[in-house]
Design a protein around this ligand. Structure first.
Ligand code: AMP
Ligand code: ZN
Length: 476
């Protein structure tokens, strides 16, 4: 059986082939390169955003479960109209303002048992890579200037609209899709680089002073981190057009090679049947729900339990159902812990375990059919309960059942839910990043070295460079 994942670009569920070249066995594949559009750090992220981030986590966890290696980046948008306005409103610098919401965001991810990823690039640290793209596009005659801003001319990129299956004629001049704009020749064009405005942060570049448009950062980071075509790009469905369409246009026009092999888009979270909005009073941040006394474990369960290509309706009743599903699991674990029956592990339970893992995997292989996979989990609990009722499960068998649950929970992250218990620190990963930072400095890749320091700092880990090497400690 092969893992199949739906690709928005082709409209088909295709076999997953990291690097694009099929190999004999999974261990031969290069690490799967994954890029996920991250948050704009101007406030608390809402639970709709966390649906998408929880899905990204499920995806990377399942790839690892299947034996793939992953190399995953999620950006932090730390300069745009909203962050600039927020910082100005509070009278603090842009970096102070965004650092606050970046740490809050990482705390929220950790509360939901979402694993840290390998790279968390910031837009403001990727300016050189943006300059590279804009310069290349400029040389190719795809860029024009208007009132000091630079625009990408869609008319010069023939494949525009493939991802969203947009007939470019449908995007009529005069319609505004991008609120992020000043003035341009054609409504479809988008800003690559924006002219500075009074009191706003700016960067000096070969094409003048200014700040990046929104779309350019993702193209720049993908290039800087992965160097070429990547395996998977994810985001919510609202990003297909124009954001992802524009990322493709910039990257492919600049570098002349495919940008992304597979696009994965997560459907929206609705609240009590409607779109989440502040005016309807159904807008929840994670912290709102935690303050109301809901557990992060039930919230994670609810967020990951529905198939990512279906809309998910968030209701308090659904959250209560998530709680009772988890209570069933907890009761089952208690029951297993009480088993005192001696004897060796038997074939009957071994058969149930093997069947369960096989069915769980088959469902997840089918475009991450997690609701099916959770169904398999509860079937398994039912089967094992029947064995216990018959007195046919020994303590040794119970140990194997727990091992199987641990295994599937490396994917689900809801059964043995202990974020924070061990400080959530993956010591091995921290050490690996420190080593990579040392190597980066040696090869004068200071951008990567700084990024590693910033990534760890946002997770609450401080690096101290001493004459004997780098030490790390938890921020108190
Ligand atoms: P933003 O910070 O607005 O750029 O959004 C961060 C991520 O959350 C993006 O991938 C969005 O597509 C996604 N997102 C926004 N709203 C929702 C929603 N209601 N349900 C699921 N994902 C969403
Ligand atoms: Zn993006």
């Amino acid at each position: 059986m092969a893992l199949r994942l739906y690709n928005t670009l082709s409209g088909l569920a295709e076999e997953f082939v990291p690097g694009g070249v099929k190999k004999e066995s999974i261990s031969e594949y290069p690490p799967a390169s994954i890029y996920s559009c991250g948050p704009t750090v101007y406030g608390y992220a809402h639970i709709g955003n966390f649906r998408t981030f929880a899905f990204n986590d499920l995806l990377r966890r399942y790839l690892k479960f299947r034996g793939y290696r992953v190399d995953h980046a999620m950006n932090i948008t730390d300069v745009d109209d909203k962050t600039i306005a927020g910082a100005a409103r509070e009278g603090v610098s842009l970096s102070e303002y965004t650092a606050r919401y970046t740490s809050i965001f990482f705390e929220d991810l950790a509360a939901l048992n979402i694993e840290p990823v390998e790279h968390n690039p910031r837009a403001t640290e990727s300016i050189d890579a943006m300059i590279d793209i804009v310069s290349r596009l400029n040389e190719k005659g795809i860029v024009y200037e208007k009132d000091g801003s630079l625009y990408f001319s869609i008319a010069k990129f023939e494949p525009y609209g493939r991802l969203s299956r947009l007939d470019t004629r449908e995007v009529k001049s005069g319609l505004r899709y991008d609120t992020d704009e000043y003035s341009k020749e054609d409504a479809r064009d988008f800003a690559l680089w924006k002219a500075p405005r009074e009191g706003e942060p700016y960067w000096d570049t070969p094409f003048g002073r200014g700040r990046p448009g929104w779309h350019i950062e993702c193209s720049a980071m993908v290039r800087r981190i992965f160097g070429g075509t990547i395996d998977i790009h994810t985001g919510g469905v609202d990003l297909i057009f124009p954001h992802h369409e524009n990322e493709i246009a910039q990257s492919e026009a600049a570098y002349g090679e495919p940008f992304v092999r597979r696009w994965i888009h997560v459907e929206h979270l609705l609240v009590e049947g409607s779109k989440m909005s502040k005016s309807l009073g159904n807008f929840y941040t994670l912290r709102d729900l935690l303050e109301k006394g809901h557990s992060p474990r039930a919230i994670r369960y609810l967020l990951v339990s529905a198939h990512y290509r279906k809309q998910l309706n968030f209701t308090f009743e659904g959250l209560a159902q998530a709680d009772s599903a988890l209570a069933r699991i907890d009761n089952f674990l208690l029951r297993l812990g009480e088993i005192r029956t001696g004897g060796d592990a038997n074939e009957e339970s071994a058969g149930l375990i093997a069947g369960f893992i096989e069915r769980f995997t088959a469902d997840m292989d089918d475009d991450l059919n997690v609701s099916g996979a959770l169904g398999r989990l509860f079937e398994f609990l039912h089967e094992v309960n029947a064995l216990i009722d018959r007195g046919a499960l020994s303590k040794a068998d119970a140990g194997r059942v727990i091992d199987a649950l641990r295994r599937v929970d490396t994917v689900l992250g809801v059964i043995f839910f202990t974020p924070g218990e061990d400080d959530g620190i993956d010591v091995e990963r921290v050490e690996r990043l420190i080593e990579e930072r040392r190597e980066s400095k040696k090869s004068k890749n200071f951008a990567r070295a700084d990024e590693i320091r910033a990534t760890l700092e946002a997770e609450g880990i401080i690096l101290e460079d001493t004459k004997d090497g780098t030490r790390w400690k938890r921020k108190r």
